[in-house]
Design a protein around this ligand. Structure first.
Ligand code: PXP
Length: 246
């Protein structure tokens, strides 16, 4: 497969909002963060409106199209409240994620088997509003027929397990699962994205997977931005992705 097609980077700005919410200050300013990420080469801006509103707020989502020049990818749970907000805002993409209030961050992929009918309804409602739906799932090929039955045009593979494992057999096996899932989903006509826990050390191995179209990365970029600024932190991540593709 030709790996020379550029891989896209969605910069997740949740943790810029985390800093703001820590003190309920007006700064750091989200629109400035969006501009910096886009200057640094972000192809999309990703944000997660959580039920507990711990970082991104409703007002951020409502104003998002005033600030984003590229493309908005809204991560959210498939609840009536979130579907209603998404249908009002109409981001280009919606990534449906599982959500538990007590979790530190999104843990594990969607239970597409148990939630098939709920996710099918959500997918249809969002598609009717012109929104492209992606399902955040584990790299498990047995889930693909269910993704197809739901009718999702895209998936985002959860790379968190790979990112958390120490080098060794288990991590190698997880990489094999990610590669196999990417190849089979791509062959089935599904767009394959990936994200979670990706950083400047591990992004290259993931970006080398030829079927992957987009990576969504937040925490590591915002952390690096403390030292070099968000524009440069984004540029460095994008450069590592491009190197992996060539
Ligand atoms: N993709 C999805 C679906 C997520 O839920 C998150 C975390 O909000 C990310 C990507 C980004 O993960 P990280 O902040 O670890 O880069």
């Amino acid at each position: 497969m030709n790996r020379s097609w550029p891989m896209k980077l969605g910069v997740n700005i949740d943790h810029v909002a985390t800093l703001r919410q820590a003190r309920h200050t007006p700064y750091p300013n989200l629109s400035m963060a969006i501009a910096a990420a886009e200057q640094g080469g972000a192809d999309a801006i990703t944000l997660h409106l959580r039920e507990d509103r711990r970082h991104i707020q409703d007002a951020d989502v409502l104003a998002i199209h005033d600030h984003v020049q590229t493309r908005v990818n809204l991560e959210m749970a498939a609840t009536d409240e979130m579907i209603d907000i998404a249908c009002r805002i109409r981001p280009r993409d919606c990534c449906i994620v599982p959500e538990r209030r007590e979790e530190l961050t999104t843990e594990g992929g969607l239970d597409v088997k148990g939630q098939q009918s709920r996710l099918s309804v959500a997918r249809k409602q969002l598609a009717a509003a012109g929104i492209r739906v992606s399902l955040f799932i584990e790299p498990d090929v047995s889930l693909l027929p269910i993704v197809q039955a739901i009718g999702a045009p895209a998936i985002e593979l959860h790379t968190g397990r790979y990112a958390n494992l120490a080098p060794g057999i288990e991590r190698d096996q997880e990489l094999v699962r990610l590669k196999k899932m990417s190849a089979q989903a791509h062959a089935a006509g599904i767009q394959v994205n990936a994200g979670h826990g990706l950083d400047y050390e591990n992004v290259g191995v993931i970006a080398e997977i030829p079927e992957l179209v987009e990576l969504n990365i937040g925490h590591s970029i915002v952390c690096r931005a403390i030292f070099v600024g968000l524009e440069q932190a984004t540029r460095e991540m994008k450069a590592l992705m491009q190197v992996a593709r060539t």
